[in-house]
Design a protein around this ligand. Structure first.
Ligand code: SAH
Length: 412
């Protein structure tokens, strides 16, 4: 094993083998890797074109590489992507994949088609440690960070599955880190993945088409302003610390004042247009006129947009979704203060693919046998709450399986 190969292997969780997963390497890493094989840096660029422009995974097909180099690559490297366990298609065109990350861990990925764009919602961790009270992923607890290859592999896979539009354009035009996990708690891997998403030899997405959503890890947000220039979304959900402490407990460590200061710093440092503030609409909890007024006070005159997300219920929760009229009133009050506020259309409802549903009834550390595969769903997976567990039953999967309802009610 070369030095580059050894180094590259350290962050390749999907590698059950000792081979280097090329999807885990940024352009610089790949250049180092090919140099370790005695090749010139331009070989890395050739490889990237095959990997990302053509979604190629087989070295043999990479016809402009010398036969001997292809053979060597086949010995020491691979293109390993998560395994697709199930695919569900919603009546509205939303598609959801249940992916096995390494034979023991599962996550979900959602594709949302809209006129003129296609958004892929990806995960950065298996489970989540942050414990937001209205989010079903929280109930599953944290299991582990995804590697760079596992993050990038989701996009690679979606490109391969969805292909190109008739004009030759990619179907996936936008990537949002709004699936399972807190992206900034997996900082190093998420930043490297963003680099590959925006690299013109990689996925070649513009900075405005890659969005990292955070619950508010302030120190990492400050670092992010130095390291990348992706679009930033912040899960605010409450206009005052008392309420936010309950809904988003990380607020006790990083209160709203510090969070907003980090937001404005990011905008300034990265010359960004604005920060998108996500605000889940919880009936009677944070959706009243006084909340809209307080939020308006916080954001008025700032480079901010507000995205109101109707709460998506999951088994065991005591929260309820605000009514459409209440959401509209809230939005109008913000608009009245000159703040752009939109309501997120809930997509993929029929397949439980909406925000905060990316986990389910299969509880922590539950072992599920999927055919011959033993999957520990620690940290949770499966947005398709009901459908996931019923699918497994439908597959005749019973051995060693203990499926429970999600943890008991949460609430204020
Ligand atoms: N951890 C990151 C990203 C993942 S969640 C973050 O907190 O930003 C993506 C968005 O969905 C977040 O704004 C999150 O607060 C929201 N969300 C979580 N659970 C939800 C639910 N049940 N209904 C609606 N939105 C939810």
């Amino acid at each position: 094993m070369t030095k580059a190969h050894a180094a590259a292997c350290t962050d390749n969780r999907m590698n059950a083998s000792s081979k280097t997963n090329l999807l885990g390497l940024t352009r610089g890493d790949l250049e180092t890797f090919v140099a370790g094989l005695g090749q010139k840096p331009f070989r890395a660029r050739q490889l990237m074109k095959w990997l990302y422009k053509r979604s190629a995974g087989d070295f043999e097909a990479m016809s402009d590489l010398a036969r001997s180099f292809r053979a060597e690559l086949a010995e020491v490297a691979e293109v390993r992507v998560p395994e697709i366990l199930t695919v569900q298609a919603s009546a509205d065109g939303t598609r959801k994949w249940l992916l096995a990350m390494d034979g023991t861990q599962g996550i979900e990925m959602v594709f949302i088609p809209e006129p003129g764009r296609g958004t892929l919602c990806i995960s950065s961790q298996v489970g989540c440690a942050l414990d937001c009270s209205f989010c079903s992923t929280a109930q599953q607890g944290f299991n582990r960070n995804l590697s760079v290859a596992e993050i990038v592999g989701q996009v690679w896979l979606a490109n391969r599955e969805l292909g190109y539009a008739p004009g030759g354009d990619r179907i996936v035009t936008n990537v949002v880190f709004m699936g399972m996990g807190e992206p900034l708690a997996n900082y190093r891997n998420v930043v490297a993945a963003c680099e590959l998403l925006m690299d013109d030899l990689g996925f070649d997405l513009s900075r405005r088409r890659v969005t990292v959503s955070t619950s508010g890890l302030v120190p990492q947000m400050l670092r992010l302003a130095e390291d990348t220039n992706v679009a930033l979304a912040v899960s605010l959900h409450a206009p005052d610390d008392a309420l936010r402490n309950e809904l988003v407990p990380i607020n006790r460590k990083h209160p709203i004042r510090d969070l907003l200061a980090a937001c404005w710093h990011y905008v300034e440092r990265q010359n960004a247009r604005s920060i998108t503030f996500e605000y889940v609409m919880l009936d009677g909890v944070n959706d009243q006129p006084r909340h809209a007024r307080a939020l308006g006070e916080l954001l008025c005159g700032r480079p901010a947009k507000v995205n109101l997300i109707p709460f998506n219920p999951f088994p065991g929760t005591t929260f309820r979704r605000s009514s459409p009229a209440v959401i509209e009133r809230f939005r109008d009050m913000l608009n009245g203060r000159g703040i752009i506020a939109t309501t997120r259309r809930t997509r993929g409802d029929d397949i439980d693919a909406a925000c905060g549903q990316l986990v389910g009834r299969v509880r922590d550390r539950t072992l599920v046998r999927l055919g011959s595969k033993l999957m520990s769903v620690a940290g949770g997976f499966c947005a398709s709450v009901a459908s996931c567990s019923s699918e497994l039953v439908a597959c005749g999967v019973r051995d060693g399986r203990r499926v429970e309802q999600a943890a008991a009610g949460v609430g204020l």
